[in-house]
Design a protein. Structure first.
Length: 191
């Protein structure tokens, strides 16, 4: 019985070691503005705000995409405090009748889209500004259900004393890390 537990513990350690190199692939990406050129006689547009959850807590690492009349202009990511700023230039005549779309996307949260027109912006000279907060609600996606099933399985192993509680907890943690940092790098909904 002791040898069997030792083998299980060694398998859990091996899984953690194999999954360790993948940890570096997950992280924060910087500002990925699609259109950061300077346009002579153009107009500067700044769209900013804070992304919060339903508990009024800031949400970091949210992808924010800004489009003008269906054309993608900027992609930014929120900081740890939930703030985002998209700063770009557009042609002078593009602001008349403009339809801006700001889309906030993050795994395990419901995607939100805001729409703005020229009249929604404050402006001074050739610069237009707007600051709008976005609230994202959580959704119960695949990651939640995988974590719940893993927790229940680890709890069953501990409750019925099928494995030592430390080994069962390590197996559960190893399984979560393995799924998050291998399959989760391909499909972010599984992180």
């Amino acid at each position: 019985m002791q040898i069997r537990k030792f083998h299980i513990a060694m398998i859990a350690v091996m899984i953690c070691l194999v999954a360790a190199p993948v940890f570096g692939a997950h992280g924060v990406h910087g500002n990925n503005s699609l259109d950061n050129r300077v346009i002579e006689d153009g107009q500067q547009v700044v769209i900013s705000g804070t992304i919060i959850d339903s508990h009024n807590e800031p949400v970091g690492e949210v992808g924010v995409k800004v489009s003008l009349n269906g054309r993608d202009l900027a992609r930014v990511e929120t900081a740890h405090n939930g703030h985002y700023v998209a700063d770009f230039m557009i042609e002078k005549e593009a602001m008349a009748g403009a339809a801006f779309e700001v889309k906030a996307v993050k795994t395990s949260f419901e995607t939100q889209t805001l729409h703005f027109s020229e009249n929604d912006f404050a402006h001074k000279g050739d610069s237009y500004y707007i600051s709008e907060d976005i609230t994202l609600d959580r959704v119960l996606g695949p990651a939640f259900w995988i974590a719940t099933v893993t927790f229940i399985l680890a709890y069953i192993l501990i409750a019925f004393e099928l494995l030592h509680r430390t080994v069962a907890a390590m197996l559960g943690a190893a399984l979560m890390l393995l799924i998050s940092y291998t399959i989760g790098t391909i499909n972010p909904a599984l992180r």
